[in-house]
Design a protein around this ligand. Structure first.
Ligand code: UDP
Length: 309
């Protein structure tokens, strides 16, 4: 039986990964310090004898006794509101946390997968963004704590691959949504859905002409797994290339929730990327992966989940 360590395993994407990997017959050790993660996301797995939860902050030395075949390093705040509130833990988990997780991968001879992000492209001057684009990041801006931590994480991951020959993978994850997002995490999908369900105004930032491309979580997790077991060591974009304006997204949410909500405009946050859309040519060609869920299908599931809550 193969064993995987998922850091940040009680978070939104991390917990879906724990589900996916246990379903695949792996033993899963889920590690989380529960700063932005939530035990409610993994409660249903606690009775599985091949699942274990360890509360630990990966910026401290990671002590795992078992053999490990895979390390999936997903620990990090990921919502702009979260990481701007706790920029220092965000910088530490991307740097020290990634160093510790890589050291563990070296010791255990485990495959290492880094959860990187489209934020490494910053406010991109190229759209869509291919992996070959180096990005346009403001290092000293309010998003710098996350963007630069992840850029450092990519750099140290490649260094461990080149110097220590660790079998590393880098997933550049674009906007992902689905059940288990925190209603108040500030990101656009849970925010708009919860505003619409309460018939409160939807808060569109700026003029709403900035774009994002949203990937349903089950698609993303499948892409992560395909990358994990692939022979690729260079970064791969994972996301849905279906790009839309935030204003159109707000209208879609109002329609899908049958809401009476209006739209109000608020100030655009500093350094908010104006466009974002993954070029997934590489994932299609080399992983034979592309997202399957339409935005409407994914949103209906997500709305249903928030309603139930
Ligand atoms: N956004 C918005 N209203 C909100 C929350 C977000 O208009 O209440 C916008 C935000 O300015 C950005 C986009 O939605 O352009 C996506 O924001 P999110 O926080 O989800 O993540 P990002 O993609 O910026 O990391």
């Amino acid at each position: 039986m193969k064993t995987a360590l998922v850091t940040g395993g009680a978070g939104f994407i991390g917990s879906h990964l724990c589900d996916y990997l246990t379903d695949k017959g792996l033993k899963v050790i889920c590690m989380d310090n529960l700063i932005t993660g939530n035990k409610g996301n993994i409660n249903h797995l606690m009775k599985n004898k091949h699942f274990e939860f360890v509360k630990h902050d990966v910026t401290e030395f990671i002590d795992v006794r078992e053999k490990l075949d895979y390390i999936l390093h997903f620990a990090s705040p990921a919502s702009p509101i979260d990481y701007q509130k706790i920029p220092i833990p965000t910088l530490k988990v991307g740097s020290l946390g990634t160093h510790n997780a890589l050291g563990l991968a070296l010791k255990k001879k485990a495959v290492f997968l880094l959860a990187s992000t489209s934020e490494i492209y910053g406010d991109p001057l190229v759209n869509p963004q291919p992996e070959s684009y180096w990005g346009n990041v403001n290092p000293v801006g309010v998003r710098g704590c996350y963007d630069e931590a992840k850029r450092f994480a990519e750099a140290i991951t490649m260094a461990y691959h080149r110097i220590h020959k660790v079998n590393t993978k880098i997933a550049r994850i674009f906007n992902t949504y689905g059940p288990r997002m925190r209603a108040n995490d500030g990101r656009v999908v849970p925010t708009f859905i919860n505003q619409a369900l309460k018939n409160e105004p939807l808060t569109v930032f700026g003029d709403g002409r900035q774009t994002r491309s949203f990937c349903y979580v089950s698609d993303l997790v499948e892409g992560i797994y395909k990358l994990l077991v692939s022979g690729i060591n260079e970064p791969v974009n994972l996301g849905n290339p279906d790009e839309m304006r935030v204003i159109d997204f707000a209208e879609k949410i109002i329609k899908l929730t049958d809401s009476k909500s209006k739209i109000v405009f608020k100030e655009l946050p500093v350094d908010d990327p104006r466009v974002r859309r993954p070029d997934i040519t590489k994932a299609i060609k080399e992983l034979n992966w592309k997202p399957k869920a339409s935005l409407e299908t994914g949103l209906r599931k997500t709305i249903g989940w928030f309603k139930q809550k």
